[in-house]
Design a binder for this molecule. Sequence first.
Ligand code: ASP
Length: 328
Amino acid sequence: MTMTKRQGLTAAAAIGAILALGAGSAQAQFPNKPVTMVVPFAAGGPTDVVARIVGEHMSKTLGQPVIIENVAGAGGTTGITRVAKSTPDGYTIAMGHMGTHGAAPGLYPNIAYNPQTDFAPIGLAAGTPIVIVTRKDLPVKNLQEFIAWAQKNEKTINNANAGSGSVSHITCVLLHEMMKIDPNQIPYRGTGPALTDLVSGKVDYMCDQIVSVSSQVKGDAIKALAIATPARSPSLPDVPTTKEAGLPAFEVSAWNAVFAPKGTPADVVAKLSDALTKAVTDPATKKKLEDLGGVVPDAKGASPEALAALVKSENDRWIPLLKAKVKQ
Ligand code: ASP
């Protein structure tokens, strides 16, 4: 069969229209396969805990599983670098935090991503107050006794953290500065495994995000000396604030938030953002996070715009401070 020139043009236009339709519907169909959410720390820590709770609800809205992949190392920067360099199609996203997107550039001069320009922010998942926790049998009853004990035993005590630039690292760096001590710091691939060693008494203390320590505190497996927020947490009402415990200058809170790589199409960002907002405003999901001590944002607080502003203000706060304070 032969085609006239006119028939040929019409056929080409029809094929073009079908291809365009196909491309449009492929985007409209996002997601049509599972979404991977990279947690840049080991399982069992706060970032992992928040990702699993939020990811479970996001998968209901998206109609596809949200699979958690733990990619630990270098204070969380290894996993976040992987997401920054991944194809920006919405199928690889990250659960970042105040360390990876707020502070890490102050500690890694050659970091491979810029928290403000290499990501499409999706939204805040939870604020996570910092708690000073110790092994159960540490011979102190309160923060003042802890400070005296730490100053006396500075050379032999062990502080656990999730690696350089992690929340547990930078917040305890501030604490140590206030206590005027420079103790041994032991890095883990996340505060999940660090917490296991704190429970078994292999390390002495850490500064960590409330969501993974509150159950262990409630179960008396570890001790909480103070929470570094202006008010007590409803999740741990017996734990005094640092102000009440006599160290008002130590006030610091962390957060976990979802990021996609820069270049992710706007409609895909909107779908991910909608799924995250639905997760954090869902009463059951919100309760799960709040029971653990998480401070859950409202829809406005969970928006991409609010997260972009948070990352900028955290970079402005932490990067100069850490460059000046921490041995690189
Ligand atoms: N809380 C950890 C940190 O110190 C990381 C984690 O395991 O979520 O940054």
